[in-house]
Design a protein around this ligand. Structure first.
Ligand code: SAH
Length: 307
């Protein structure tokens, strides 16, 4: 099992995702002789998992079932053990696209945190790229290294335990892109500039507060970055449901009876149907959900050109 290649069969030592539903999944390490408890009962790794195909439906000891999925960066983001605040797939997708990452890209990142973004970057830049990730908190850096090794992506990433605001990324003029998710990114902008290739590259900084964004934009301007722009990405979820409404009674024999227009809608769109016997009309309605995941942070992007 590797986060950058798909394989069919579950093996001892794999990280696998136990999927109970879209709101309920967790990661496990498959171990000969091991067992995992779920609300549907136990899963025995040796007999229920090892040798089975990823994507299989596994019946647990109490008769309920779960799916066992091959890990991906997206599934890891929702199941990883949190050591820090993490980035989620909505922001991550924008970061990967706006930094123009692709197979072979060289990327610098700080901090590593829980490695949520790192896994997505690594999958994108494989098989020939390299991620240099800097984390000054030793336990977090060590844990990230351990996970990269378990996920068989350690050849694509170099973890450095140092303060990016004092020592930079430890590389010069090799990066295509730099990403910052630290409390004072403005202090690291000059190191980002020197890490980027002579011919230029892209930078992105993630900050929850607008005051951090202001200081970072100033630092980017001072360092000669161009095209500075800040985005906030909000995911607006719509709740789609079938609505049933009572048809108003306009009396019989009325030429404007509702039967006619309602049938017309039904034929033209195929989304609405009437049940004149029951006197109801049914249609699909979609409206934004009342509560949604709100602000996570601002993403500030900029370009270094050949100077
Ligand atoms: N983007 C990460 C989360 C980063 S949390 C993810 O998706 O998982 C921010 C991390 O930056 C923390 O782990 C913190 O220890 C680290 N950090 C903060 N300031 C730093 C600095 N000056 N140098 C290196 N790491 C730093």
């Amino acid at each position: 099992m590797s986060f950058v290649e798909y394989k069919d069969i579950i093996q001892n030592g794999d990280t696998a995702i136990v999927f109970l539903g879209h709101d309920s999944m967790f990661a496990i390490k498959v171990q000969q002789g091991g067992a995992t408890q779920t609300k549907y009962g136990a899963i025995k790794h040796s007999t229920d998992l090892i040798g089975k195909r990823y994507g299989s439906r596994i019946t647990c000891s109490k008769g309920g079932w779960v799916y066992i999925l091959h890990p991906t960066p997206e599934l890891w983001t929702v199941t990883l053990p949190h050591r820090t605040q993490i980035l989620y797939s909505t922001d991550i997708s924008m970061i990967i696209m706006m930094l123009e990452l692709k197979p072979g890209s060289i990327v610098c990142e700080s901090g590593t945190g829980s490695g949520s973004l790192s896994h997505a970057i690594i999958r994108t830049i494989a098989p020939t790229g390299q991620l240099y990730t800097v984390e000054f908190h030793k336990q977090r850096a060590d844990k990230a290294k351990e996970e990269f090794h378990e996920h068989k992506v350690d050849h694509l990433v170099t973890v450095k335990t140092q303060d990016v605001c004092k020592e930079g990324f430890g590389v010069t003029n090799i990066a295509d892109a730099v990403f910052l998710d630290i409390p004072s990114p403005w202090e690291a902008v000059k190191y980002a500039k020197s890490a980027l290739k002579i011919e230029g590259g892209r930078i992105c900084s993630f900050s929850p507060c607008i005051e951090q964004v202001q200081r970072t934009c100033l630092a980017m301007t001072e360092q000669g970055f161009n095209d500075i722009s800040t985005f906030e990405i909000l995911l607006r979820v719509h709740d789609v449901r079938t609505v049933s409404l009572q048809l108003p009674d306009f009396g019989t024999g009325d030429k404007n009876s509702l039967d006619k227009p309602a049938d017309t809608v039904s034929q033209s769109k195929g989304k609405c149907c009437t049940d004149s016997q029951q006197g109801t009309i049914q249609f699909k309605s979609g409206a934004p959900v009342k509560e949604m995941a709100g602000h996570t942070g601002y993403l500030t992007f900029a370009t270094k050109y050949l100077s």
